[in-house]
Design a protein around this ligand. Structure first.
Ligand SMILES: Cc1cc2nc3c(=O)[nH]c(=O)nc-3n(C[C@H](O)[C@H](O)[C@H](O)COP(=O)(O)O)c2cc1C
Length: 303
């Protein structure tokens, strides 16, 4: 898989860099492609909060600095590694600037996994960085945690620590298709799970859950009124496959049938029900309320 590393240390032979080198060695040994950005050596300004990226040019940042080199690599990456020295109980300022600028992209398209590497002088100073990692990356982007590795004082550059990080890199596997987030749909006694896809709209939808929607069976779908979320218009499609779920045009729709006649309808497909689940949905009464939530099989680990 493609792995992007954001290195927040300005010291080219420092402690953080040693952790990154060990990680890269292991990951490349396992056949992964690792791209490291030394953000302290790049011209990356802070976010201006101008909202150009959300109102004028979707997913484009108005600031044409070195962040433009990171965006395309981030969009192709399936895993992100945040690596930083601890400065005043958080990430280095340079790394935080780069993180804040991810705001322009919204959700990097292919990200599935993440890892955190932290170096510090003292022990027990990681809560701030770990909070950001867990909430802004694992939760918000719905990523699988591949581990948090920390080194305080003498632990830095120790053979034992670097060996553990090297092995963690070597043990990485490509994202598993079975390990995708699932949309849990409950109605009465029936519960089905739909596999969320990689679209921008799907990621946005996951962050709006849980919710309840009410709809009616139209003969080909359960159509429920729902205010549109954020979508990438380039991901809109015509038609659907039986079992697709649309979140667009003011509707949340479980499109259980009608595939053959669907070609002229514009859809934003965010998830899909397998055949058996799609069959179960069709046993529900004509008017139905659906409780929607997210099931994530992801483990959260700490090393
Ligand atoms: C501006 C600054 C702030 C720091 N703040 C902390 C801190 O809050 N807690 C801590 O334990 N170490 C702190 N340190 C020490 C670094 O985290 C530590 O030396 C780390 O290993 C440096 O990593 P590097 O070699 O990759 O640059 C700070 C260092 C600097 C330069």
């Amino acid at each position: 898989m493609n792995i992007i590393v954001l290195n927040g240390s300005p010291r080219p032979s420092g402690n953080t860099k040693a952790m990154i080198s060990a990680f890269t060695e292991g990951a490349e040994r396992a056949g992964h492609a690792v791209t490291v950005f030394d953000v302290c050596r790049m011209n990356i300004k802070g976010c201006l909060a101008c909202e150009y990226c959300h109102t004028r040019a979707f997913r484009q940042c108005v600031q044409k600095d070195d962040m433009q080199k990171i965006y395309p690599v981030l969009d192709e990456a399936e895993m992100i590694v945040l690596a930083s020295p601890i400065y005043y109980h958080g990430f280095s300022g340079q790394l935080q600037c780069a993180i804040n600028r991810i705001y322009a992209q919204g959700y990097p398209k292919k990200l599935k996994k993440a890892m955190l590497l932290l170096s510090s002088g003292d022990k027990g100073v990681y809560d701030g960085a770990i909070f950001t990692y867990r909430n802004s990356f694992l939760e918000y982007f719905h990523l699988e945690d591949m581990g948090i590795y920390t080194a305080a004082g003498d632990e830095n550059k120790s053979d034992e620590l670097l060996a553990r990080i090297r092995e963690a890199g070597a043990a990485l596997r490509d994202p598993d298709d079975r390990n995708v987030p699932r949309l849990v749909i409950r109605s009465g006694d029936i519960m089905v799970k739909a596999r969320m896809n990689d679209s921008f709209a799907a990621r946005d939808f996951m962050n709006r859950l849980p919710m309840t929607v009410t709809g009616e069976d139209s003969g080909v779908d359960y159509c429920c009124e729902l205010k549109d979320g954020v979508i990438d218009e380039s991901e809109l499609q015509y038609g659907w496959k039986n079992g697709d779920i649309n979140a667009y045009g003011g509707w949340f729709a479980i499109l259980y049938g009608g595939e053959e006649q669907s070609a002229s309808y514009r859809q934003m497909i965010i998830a899909h029900l397998d055949e058996e689940e799609n069959r179960l949905i069709q046993t529900l009464p004509k008017e139905t309320a659906f409780e929607l939530s997210l099931e994530e099989p992801y483990r959260a680990s700490s090393n």
